[in-house]
Design a binder for this molecule. Structure first.
Ligand code: HEM
Length: 480
């Protein structure tokens, strides 16, 4: 007699820390157009392996029991999810209007609007993406686990289910990308070095399912901001099978880590030792210190105790300056976390931010920076973030945050003291023009001075919009 939400799939709700997820494989696939019926049969065999919250909870209970009995062995945990692009839905003959035009058109059609670079020096727009993401991608299978061995076993099993190496194959791989949590002390930190995945919304009515909300002190949002068809989903007339599904926006984001670090070194905040000035600049670009402590609560010095405190590290609204959010003493208006979740900057003007909340489930890819790269200040090996976020409406979620907030130099609004807050220094972008890549407020002692941000340190190399259906939709609509 579980609450229906208990049968939701793993990724929406489970906090990164909840499952010992160490590695994740993103398998982007194409369905064979002449073997769609076989695909449905194969999919039906995959469905029992897709992870629900109920399964994860059982696994975590088992871990707790093992610990009690002195057996500290990690369970071989893994999780599987599947999601489809519009092209995938069309091929499967699922033609009901799902109510999301951005999803329907796909990310390639949205690349220009998102601000991605044009590979063609003139004429038609062609994003400078990995060629795999220029191909038709019909779906994505996501496998997470505690080790490469566990994940490879699951991938082998999936290849077998879809007969990928045989005559009756129903899908083939377009590209598969392996993401890995960073090693040692860097666990949970993205490649620039900052603790990530801290600020996640929690859905109304899920508090009974501890440890899923993750214990963070965060306001809850309506379930329908994330889950299609639940209260708070503003789109009506969705097909009934879409209930409890969620749209997944995926971005293949490369990070130029040595270049980012060189920039911090070259532009320390004046008035303090250079190394501290560079560290403070980094924190002011992100909105948090590397430990996760928000600059709004710890403006001058990192506070690792605060960064680790799940009760306190999200308990801020950019109101600590106590000046009607008109000064940037503590946090620049354009800092990444402030751009992507402006809190009081909008809410205190009667504009809700809930519709823009997304659940982020990304993971890092690529090796650690080598000594040679660090010394030269130049990236030689690809690394970055497999950015993945869930929302019930892409135009209100990922797309809104990227285009209306991060890329918009005038956001957040109502700031009379500055000409324009500037770009989000981490993800703000605008096609082939870098002249607008400036932000104000990096130096607390000279807040109106604009800092030129140089070229982007985050380079998008592809992506797609997907719909991740509920288990019952997979069984009743996709696999039959
Ligand atoms: C927060 C890094 C891309 C949206 C953060 C945080 C870091 C970070 C360090 C602070 C930790 C936290 O609050 O959880 C990055 C890096 C990116 C990237 C390095 C690219 C490589 C994106 C993209 C979006 C995004 C593409 C959406 C368009 C957010 C949001 C938050 C966040 C919504 C939470 C803000 C809050 O609630 O306070 N990011 N991010 N990020 N990021 Fe990103």
């Amino acid at each position: 007699n579980f609450h229906p939400i208990f049968f939701l799939k793993l990724p929406y709700l489970l906090h990164l820390a909840g499952l010992p997820k160490k590695t994740q494989t993103y398998l982007f696939f194409q369905i064979h157009a002449n073997n769609v019926d076989a695909f449905r049969t194969h999919l039906a065999q995959l469905v029992p392996h897709i992870t629900t919250i109920a399964q994860v909870k059982a696994d975590l209970d088992q871990i707790a029991k093992n610990k009690q009995s002195g057996d500290n062995q990690l369970l071989k945990l893994s999780g599987i999810n599947i999601a489809f692009s519009q092209k995938g839905l069309t091929l499967l003959g699922i033609t009901d209007a799902i109510g999301d035009d951005v999803f329907k058109a796909g990310m390639l059609a949205d690349a220009k609007n998102l601000g991605d670079k044009n590979k063609n020096s003139s004429g038609t727009f062609a994003p400078d993406w990995d060629p795999a993401f220029l191909e038709d991608i019909h779906g994505l299978i996501l496998v997470s686990g505690d080790s490469h061995t566990t994940v490879s076993k699951q991938i082998n099993h999936i290849e077998h289910l879809f007969r990928m190496n045989g005559k009756n194959a129903s899908i083939h791989k377009v590209i598969s990308i392996v993401g890995d949590v960073r090693p040692g002390e860097e666990k949970g930190h993205e490649h620039f070095g900052f603790l990530d995945g801290i600020s996640q919304p929690t859905l109304d009515g899920l508090t009974e399912f501890e440890p899923f909300p993750n214990g963070e002190k965060v306001p809850t949002i309506a379930q329908g901001v994330t889950l299609v068809g639940r209260p708070g989903d503003k789109v009506t007339n969705r097909p009934s099978w879409a209930l409890d599904g969620s749209f997944l926006s995926f971005r293949y984001l490369f990070q130029l880590v040595p270049e980012f670090n060189s920039f911090l070194q070259a532009n320390p905040i004046p008035g303090m030792p250079a190394a501290e000035g560079s560290e403070l600049l980094g924190a002011r670009l992100v909105g948090r210190w590397k430990s996760g402590a928000p600059v709004d609560l710890a403006p001058l010095k990192d506070n690792p105790t605060l960064g680790a405190d799940t009760q306190e590290r999200n308990d801020f609204r950019y109101t600590a300056d106590n000046n009607d959010q008109q000064t940037q003493d503590r946090c620049p208006f354009a800092a990444h976390t402030r751009k992507t979740n402006p809190r009081a900057d909008l809410e205190d003007h009667g504009i809700p931010t809930d519709p823009q909340r997304i659940i982020r489930r990304g993971i890092q890819f690529g090796p650690e920076v080598s000594a040679g790269e660090a010394a030269s200040g130049k990236t030689a090996q690809g690394r970055g973030l497999l950015f993945a976020c869930y929302q019930s409406n892409i135009a209100n979620g990922f797309q809104f945050i990227q285009t209306k907030w991060a890329n918009n130099v005038n956001f957040p609004p109502f700031k009379t003291a500055v000409a324009a807050p500037g770009f989000d220094p981490i993800i703000g972008q605008e096609n082939n023009d870098n002249s607008l890549r400036t932000m104000e407020g990096t130096n607390p002692a000279s807040q109106g001075t604009a800092l030129s941000l140089s070229a982007e340190w985050v380079v998008p190399k592809g992506g797609e919009y997907f719909f991740s259906p509920s288990i019952s939709a997979l069984k009743g609509t996709f696999a039959t």
